[in-house]
Design a binder for this molecule. Structure first.
Ligand SMILES: [Zn+2]
Length: 137
């Protein structure tokens, strides 16, 4: 078998993968949509973001608010933050959360769950089977 044939085979194999599988292998967190009101910030698409991250809202908020250095709470479907924040700053914080608590460090897939063992947290990946201790920064 020459290399050209091999490439063609790979292309064919890829075409056979259903579209929904191709999509789920590309993990994209929605960027924040915000509304500033009375010098406070509302993340209006918070539900969409938390659903993509597939993590517990309380866990996310605990870390996110601490990093943002503010107080906040859920207000209906929106996340309320005391103070005004720029989109880029919030996106960055969400990205950091995702790197630490969502994406597998070995295969980089988001198919993970957080496991607690005493005081330690582990990120267990259901895609590749890796289990890595979460080092909180
Ligand atoms: Zn993995």
């Amino acid at each position: 078998m020459n290399l050209r044939n091999y490439d063609e085979l790979l292309d064919k194999a890829y075409e056979k993968i259903p579209d929904n599988v191709k999509k789920s292998s590309r993990f994209e967190i929605p960027t924040v949509e915000i509304r500033i009101e009375a010098k406070n910030t509302y993340i209006t698409n918070f539900n969409k973001i938390i659903n993509t991250l597939n993590r517990d809202k309380k866990h996310f908020m605990g870390i996110f608010l601490k990093k943002a250095g503010t107080m906040g709470e859920l207000r209906g479907q929106q996340l309320f933050l005391k103070g005004t924040y720029k989109e880029q700053v919030l996106n960055k914080l969400i990205e950091q959360y995702s790197k630490t608590y969502v994406l597998c460090r070995i295969c980089n897939k988001p198919d993970t769950e957080i496991q607690r063992e005493g005081k330690k947290l582990f990120l267990k990946c259901t895609a590749c089977g890796a289990r890595e201790e979460i080092k909180e920064k």
